[in-house]
Design a protein around this ligand. Structure first.
Ligand code: NAP
Length: 266
């Protein structure tokens, strides 16, 4: 077996960060060496997770953590502007970013492309690390060739800060790439309520639901003559994202440039 890949996790005390830290602690070939967050600063990350101390204190400062712990990969599950700053910092220090934080713009992705080119490193940006969601997007890409009239409903817990979800935006981008004429739904309706038909992205209507009790769910609904095809994915626990994150950590150090979407790593 090769050497362990050393990893620092940003947002380590958040909902996703904690799951990822647990996953890293159980992985054979990966080693958690640093935990960065603005919460629980100075606490041992093992205690934050409700277990025993593991000798890794939560730090507020990614640069200090990189200097001290010498990681090869940085995982980020924080908030968009912070994640972008972390990615810049990581690449400038020779560390490969794996970013799960959503809300990145195409301008952010372009900037990462340039930084990767300049440094010769790679970065993974994946709006959804769940395998089922990747398959849903792949099947949607297939379906849109036969059913170009399509809308997306994405549903998330009410603490999610961005809307629509990164997965919904990525799905709409993929649908638009697949067909020559813009996919989407019929226009010309009278909207009696502002926004009632959802947001239009690449011609695809996206509807965002935010409610307690939900985790991360998406339906891609295709309408045809006398028939409807619905593709649905449900993440019912945050564990669903962890295998994809660990896979990205293993692969990113052998990659070049920006890999936008887990599907491009499979
Ligand atoms: P969360 O529970 O709020 O966790 C984010 C953590 O980052 C919090 O502990 C937060 O602290 C911390 N943070 C904020 N600013 C920071 C900074 N400057 N430096 C270091 N840490 C900082 O959020 P979450 O539910 O884990 O989600 C995090 C991101 O992952 C979101 O963008 C979400 O959409 C995305 N997500 C992606 C996937 C995927 O598969 N790609 C799956 C699930 C979620 P405070 O709360 O004190 O600010």
């Amino acid at each position: 077996m090769g050497e362990n890949i050393k990893v620092v996790v940003c947002g380590a005390c958040g909902r996703m960060g904690q799951e990822v830290v647990r996953g890293l602690m159980q992985a054979d070939n990966l080693q958690l060496v640093g935990a960065v967050d603005v919460r629980c600063v100075g606490m041992d990350i093992g205690i934050v997770l409700g277990g025993e101390a593991v000798g890794i204190e939560v730090s507020q400062d990614l640069r200090a953590s990189i200097d001290k712990n010498n990681p090869q990969v940085m995982i980020d599950f924080t908030v968009p502007n912070v994640a972008m700053e972390h990615a810049r910092l990581a690449l400038s220090a020779g560390v490969f970013p794996v970013i799960g934080t959503t809300g990145f713009t195409m301008a952010d992705i372009d900037e990462l492309h340039q930084l990767c080119e300049r440094t010769g490193l790679a970065a993974v940006v994946a709006p959804n690390f769940a395998m089922g969601a990747i398959l849903m997007m792949r099947f949607a890409r297939e379906a849109v060739r036969y059913f170009p009239r399509v809308e997306i409903i994405e549903m998330h817990h009410d603490a999610k800060m961005d809307a629509p979800s990164g997965t919904a935006l990525k799905t709409a981008e993929m649908l638009a790439e697949e067909v020559e004429q813009s996919p989407g739904s019929k226009g010309g309706f009278i909207d009696k309520l502002a926004g009632v038909r959802g947001g239009d992205y690449h011609g695809v209507r996206i509807h965002s639901v935010r409610l307690p009790g939900l985790m991360a769910h998406q339906e891609v609904i295709f309408g045809g003559l006398g028939q409807v095809l619905t593709l649905r994915h449900d993440s019912i626990s945050r564990e669903s994202f962890v295998p994809g994150v660990l896979l990205a950590v293993e692969r990113v150090t052998h990659a070049k440039g920006v890999i936008y979407g887990l599907e491009n790593l499979l």
